[in-house]
Design a protein around this ligand. Structure first.
Ligand SMILES: NC(=O)c1ccc[n+]([C@@H]2O[C@H](COP(=O)([O-])OP(=O)(O)OC[C@H]3O[C@@H](n4cnc5c(N)ncnc54)[C@H](OP(=O)(O)O)[C@@H]3O)[C@@H](O)[C@H]2O)c1
Length: 285
């Protein structure tokens, strides 16, 4: 049974908590909310709208003592960048592996995360893109680009009408990784259709569609004069990241200390530090 500690009980943290409570291989041993939040002191079940769980929510100002008391195998953070960094420092001091699902870190903050993983010799997976399907799509897209480097590439993403940013972070990530892989110039991303000239070479078109209640669709289209290849991912619900998170949780507990991406944790790109955890430790003598 993997003992998991969770920090952040917002929309995402709550989905993760529900998933953990129904996962027979994992046990949720710690659930922390913002200090001063109305959630502190309540049974986790009250917050999730389920039957009592026996797990009382604490404030994250008690992270240090909670780690000592509950002894989790792994910590998962879904808070905000400021809180996430603060939590990471404390968790790293305890040498406990941590998965940072929180997004929105600036460049300096991301560097601090990597530095802390090194300094404290702890295992950190920075996981802003917890979707198994999207990570596999990215892998397949790079594989296709290997063979279709001279074809045109366009990325089309569709999301519900309430989404504030366009294009999606995922579409941009695909365009950037593809651009780097194909050695395209810095300004290779062409947004939308606004053109007065034919399509240029060495560009990747990115298009955003907004409407209705679509959870999220990403299509990457490769086009030659005679053929079209399309790689498409569709999210059916917003909880798809929980499945991916569980894979990363199982992976991280046997990873060597270091900083990792989700792709590495999912085995989609090589991770030099990983080694299988022995099933049993035998103390001899
Ligand atoms: N990796 C992925 O694939 C993925 C997927 C979805 C979301 N996310 C990211 O996960 C993060 C959370 O998303 P969300 O949708 O759950 O946002 P949210 O609903 O706003 O939840 C954030 C939670 O963090 C709590 N919090 C703030 N400071 C805290 C602290 N010091 N200690 C403990 N908890 C604290 C907030 O409490 P109060 O409400 O009381 O302030 C809130 O409950 C965001 O960065 C989001 O972008 C990542």
């Amino acid at each position: 049974m993997i003992k998991v500690g969770l920090i952040g009980l917002g929309r995402t943290g709550s989905s993760v908590a529900s998933g953990l409570l129904s996962n027979p291989e994992m046990s949720l041993v710690m659930a922390l909310a913002r200090p001063g939040s109305a959630k502190v002191g309540k049974d986790l079940g009250d917050i999730l709208g389920t039957k009592p769980t026996g797990l009382i929510v604490k404030g994250s100002n008690r992270l240090d003592s909670e780690l000592l008391q509950t002894n989790p195998d792994v910590i998962v953070d879904f808070t905000n960048p400021e809180a996430g960094l603060k939590n990471l420092r404390i968790v790293a001091l305890h040498g406990i592996p941590i998965i940072i699902g929180t997004t929105g870190f600036n460049h300096e903050q991301l560097q601090s995360i990597q530095l802390m993983a090194q300094q404290f010799k702890t295992t950190v997976v920075y996981a802003p893109n917890l979707s198994l399907g999207i990570n596999v799509l990215l892998n397949l897209v790079l594989k296709a680009a290997e063979f279709l480097a001279d074809w045109d590439v366009e990325i089309i993403e569709t999301h519900h009408r309430h989404k504030k940013d366009a294009p999606s972070g995922t579409a941009l990530k695909i365009a950037r990784e593809l651009g780097a892989y194909l050695d395209l110039p810095e300004d290779h991303i062409a947004f939308g259709h606004e053109r007065t000239a034919p399509r240029k070479n060495n560009t990747i078109g990115v298009h955003a569609i907004r409407g209705g209640g679509v959870t999220g669709i990403h299509q990457v289209v490769f086009l030659s004069e005679n053929e079209k290849l399309e790689i498409k991912h569709e999210s059916h619900n917003r909880a798809n990241f929980v499945d991916c998170l569980f894979r990363v949780i199982k992976w991280i507990i046997s990873a060597r200390p270091g900083y990792y991406t989700v792709e590495e944790a999912l085995g989609l790109s090589p991770s030099p530090h990983h080694h299988p955890k022995p099933e049993h430790f035998q103390i001899v003598g």
